[in-house]
Design a binder for this molecule. Structure first.
Ligand code: URA
Length: 448
């Protein structure tokens, strides 16, 4: 137990020293203390150096299940929680820990809405090599992602889905804590990640949640074991808090789909909604939607859910829902459709060609992500802006046979110099050999 009395006010705000010393010495926090800490952080009443020290102590010594739950709930309750009218349509969402070319959310929200679910999808921006759903949405002409809680609820009730950013008033404690973790090396902590992600998802007021926890060279978690640990932590806590929660462990050594870059990924999801999806993307979309149909009680078995999803994808309904959703968020549909017809919307487009014939053995997601970042499609700091139209498409994936000179990928750049650098970097992402590579399943495990 913690010695001393927390919180006591000094003339510099709330004193976290008793909490820091307790965690430093491996003790658990008594009930109510993490809640007071979160309240003080959200109100800006803590000293930065003490918040940093406390986060480091948590990073090193961990939190037990009860502490993680208290932290998560206090963070969720630090701001507004969405409230939806009673309705027979279940409220569901999916969260991905992020990867290169991961555009599943953009298809899943309108698809689930077309299947009769409600999806208040509050998403984030890209950071480093990981793309962000909001940046992709904002590459659509006129599309807004900053909506008020009233607008979010209204749109979900009318159309069935929204993809937008966290409002200023939602989960303010996470914003403050995440910013501090970002500069103190305390991001990769399972209890801190669990409470950060779940506080935001539970503020949506959902009843079912699917987590896509990625592992591999371009993922936050490098190994399946790290991803499994995070997935279990989030599934257990989500369930404890009354949300039906499940996780998929999915590989992120190779980009998902054939494009990476904000607008290029929007083009790809429109192809997918029009029935022209790359196999890996379609597989993950169908499995994610099927799990949410089953989790929310809409279908009794996963097999039945899969066939319902596949049937729905054959109709135009998910595509209509997508256009309804973006139009409700301000998109100019004529400009959007005109942009879809252009082969590229970047000033320069160049091709990378195979140096020899053979079978693609590797198309490394981490390098592809670095290329998109270097082209201006990603951000290094949260405040950076991104170039919507740059990136890489028509990627040749592992297992494909190629002739010498065949196009391995196309680079969309702002100028010739950026394209040159990107092509040099991108060449390193590929290896070509005589034998097909060992292929891992995209979905390694389901954690339920
Ligand atoms: N994404 C989040 O939202 N929070 C974390 O802590 C890590 C990834």
């Amino acid at each position: 137990m913690v010695d001393g009395h927390f919180p006591f006010r000094s003339n510099r705000g709330v004193n976290l020293l008793p909490l820091i010393e307790a965690k430093r010495d491996g003790r658990t926090f008594p009930d109510g203390q993490l809640e007071k800490f979160v309240e003080a952080v959200a109100a800006g009443r803590c000293q930065d150096e003490q918040v940093a020290a406390l986060l480091m102590a948590i990073f090193l010594k961990g939190l037990d299940t009860a502490e993680t739950r208290s932290l998560m709930l206090a963070m969720r309750n630090s701001g507004e929680v969405l409230k939806f009218p009673e309705d027979e349509r279940p409220l569901v969402d999916k969260h991905s820990t992020g990867g290169v070319g991961d555009k599943v959310s953009l298809i899943l929200a309108p698809l689930l809405a077309a299947l009769g679910l409600r999806v208040p999808m509050i998403s984030g921006r890209g950071l480093g090599i990981t793309g962000g759903t909001l940046d992709k949405m904002e590459s659509i002409p006129g599309c807004r992602t900053l909506l008020s809680p009233g607008e979010i609820v209204d749109q979900v009730q009318r159309i069935g889905c929204v993809i937008c950013g966290q409002t200023d008033k939602m989960v303010p404690a996470d914003r403050a804590l995440y910013a501090m973790r970002d500069v103190t090396g305390t991001i990769p902590s399972i209890p801190l990640i669990t409470s950060s992600i779940l506080s935001k998802k539970l503020a949506e007021g959902i009843g079912s949640l699917l987590l896509d926890v990625k592992f591999g060279n371009a993922a936050f978690m490098r190994t399946p074991q790290q991803a499994r640990e995070l997935a279990w932590s989030m599934v257990n806590l989500g369930r404890h808090c009354g949300v039906r929660t499940r996780a998929l462990l999915t590989g992120m050594d190779t980009p998902l789909g054939l494009a990476a870059g904000n607008w290029l990924e929007v083009r790809e999801i429109v192809d997918c909604l029009d029935g022209r999806a790359p196999t890996d993307l379609e597989h993950l979309v169908v499995e994610s939607a099927a799990h949410l149909l089953e989790l929310s009680g809409r279908e009794r078995t996963l097999d039945a859910a899969r066939s319902t999803v596949l049937g729905c994808l054959k109709t135009q309904l998910p595509r209509y829902r997508f256009e309804e959703m973006i139009a409700a968020q301000g998109a100019d549909l004529d400009a959007f459709r005109a942009k879809l017809k252009q082969d590229t919307s970047a000033p320069v487009m160049r091709e990378l060609r195979a140096p020899k014939a053979g079978i693609i053995r590797r198309c490394e997601a981490r390098i592809v992500g670095e290329v998109v970042h270097q082209l201006g499609g990603g951000r290094t700091a949260r405040a950076d802006s991104v170039r919507p139209d740059v990136g890489v498409d028509r990627l040749m994936k592992p297992g494909h046979a190629v002739d010498s000179g065949l196009v391995l990928a196309r680079v969309h750049a702002m100028d010739e110099a950026a394209a040159d650098t990107a092509l040099t970097m991108l060449a390193e992402a590929f290896s070509i050999g005589d034998e097909p590579p060992d292929q891992q399943p995209l979905i390694l495990e389901t954690i339920k």
